[in-house]
Design a protein around this ligand. Structure first.
Ligand code: DAH
Length: 343
């Protein structure tokens, strides 16, 4: 190609007249004149074909063209940006609500734990915590679970390798012993926390779950105090229309022991799968603290009596919110958790 100065003059006026009023125009301009294979870089690369005596003039004119195209591109680009922001300013309606922010939610296990603590705090219960990694004494022996008790079976307990004395606590009852060792009656305390059992994970069982333990020790604490306290809890947690019953049971650390049932919330006691058509569902274990357990906690069992209870937080949440699969509590599926936004 042999480009004459006349051609360059024509291009000069083409650039001047090129109308740029939109981002598309701007891009077309850039593609035509400025990109590597566009007109101006092509003209520049042609300089080697120009006769030596004309090179200087040629170079000067192409450089002028280049300066013109670059400054036009810059100015037109700035104008387009300004125009756009003016346009969006005029559209801005300050009375419109702001953009929606996604809200987090409190986990149902936390909601129920907090509610249990709140209910018992109204009748003087404090909160105590204990270790999740526990020794045999606090998890088993001090709670009257002799060496051959089935609850110690390897099936249920996660032991820490190399030291069978150290394990992941299988229940929050370990905190009973720790509180007794460190406090003098009257003791009125709740111990929420994580518990671990070597269970296959299914809709009804999990290897990690949450419990709340309750402990009340003073002079003259009786079984009727236990019953009254649990009755109060059931009414506060589930509503006054829900009834409670105690069923005789056995736990190594309480005597007498009971399991606590409430009328089935799902079918209103008409009979359903959850209550196995009995009209009742179990919510916790309870009983009078065995005198031997008091003594293990260094409390004078001649002077003091007490009651204890333990419940699974997931169990209460399942009944309260009608959740039918224990795994949902651990999976952190947002579709599940979002149901408690604002809860
Ligand atoms: N520790 C028992 C369990 O994990 C629950 C329990 C039952 C706790 C009776 C108690 C109690 O304090 O008195 O199944």
């Amino acid at each position: 190609m042999n480009t004459s100065t006349g051609d360059i003059a024509l291009l000069y006026s083409e650039i001047e007249k090129f109308s740029i009023s939109s981002p598309d125009d701007l891009e077309n301009f850039r593609l035509k004149f400025l990109v590597k294979k566009g007109i101006i870089p092509s003209l520049l690369s042609e300089i080697k074909n120009i006769a030596p005596e004309n090179r200087r003039d040629y170079g000067e004119s192409v450089n002028k063209l280049k300066t013109l195209a670059e400054s036009k591109f810059k100015t037109a680009g700035e104008e387009i940006i300004n125009k756009q922001s003016v346009a969006s300013d005029t559209l801005l309606d300050l009375s419109l609500p702001g953009p929606e922010m996604p809200l987090g939610s409190i986990h149902p296990v936390t909601l129920i734990r907090n509610r249990i603590i709140e209910i018992f705090s109204h009748i003087g219960f404090t909160v105590s915590y204990g270790p999740e990694i526990e020794d045999d004494w606090h998890n088993f022996t001090a709670l009257n679970m002799g060496e051959n008790h089935p609850a110690r079976d390897m099936q249920d307990t996660f032991f820490i390798q190399k030291n069978p004395d150290i394990l992941l606590r299988t229940h929050t009852s370990n905190v009973q012993i720790r509180v007794m060792e460190n406090q003098k009656p009257p003791i009125r305390t709740l111990s929420p926390g994580r518990t671990f059992r070597n269970e296959a994970i299914s809709a009804r069982a999990h290897c990690m779950f949450h419990q709340v333990e309750g402990l009340y020790i003073d002079e003259g604490v009786s079984f009727s105090d236990l019953k009254q306290t649990l009755q109060y809890f059931v009414h506060e947690m589930f509503g006054k229309e829900i009834s409670m019953r105690l069923r005789a049971s056995y736990f190594p650390f309480t005597e007498p022991s009971a399991e606590v049932d409430i009328t089935c919330l799902i079918c209103k006691s008409k009979g359903c799968n959850v209550c196995k058509h009995s009209g009742w569902v179990e919510i916790m274990g309870a009983g009078m603290v065995d005198p031997a357990v008091l003594e293990n906690g260094k409390i004078d069992s001649e002077k003091f009596t007490g009651f204890a209870f333990g419940m699974g937080i997931e169990r209460i949440a399942m009944l309260k919110y009608q959740i039918n699969d224990l795994r949902l509590f651990q999976e952190n599926d947002l579709r599940f958790l979002r149901q408690w936004v604002g809860g």
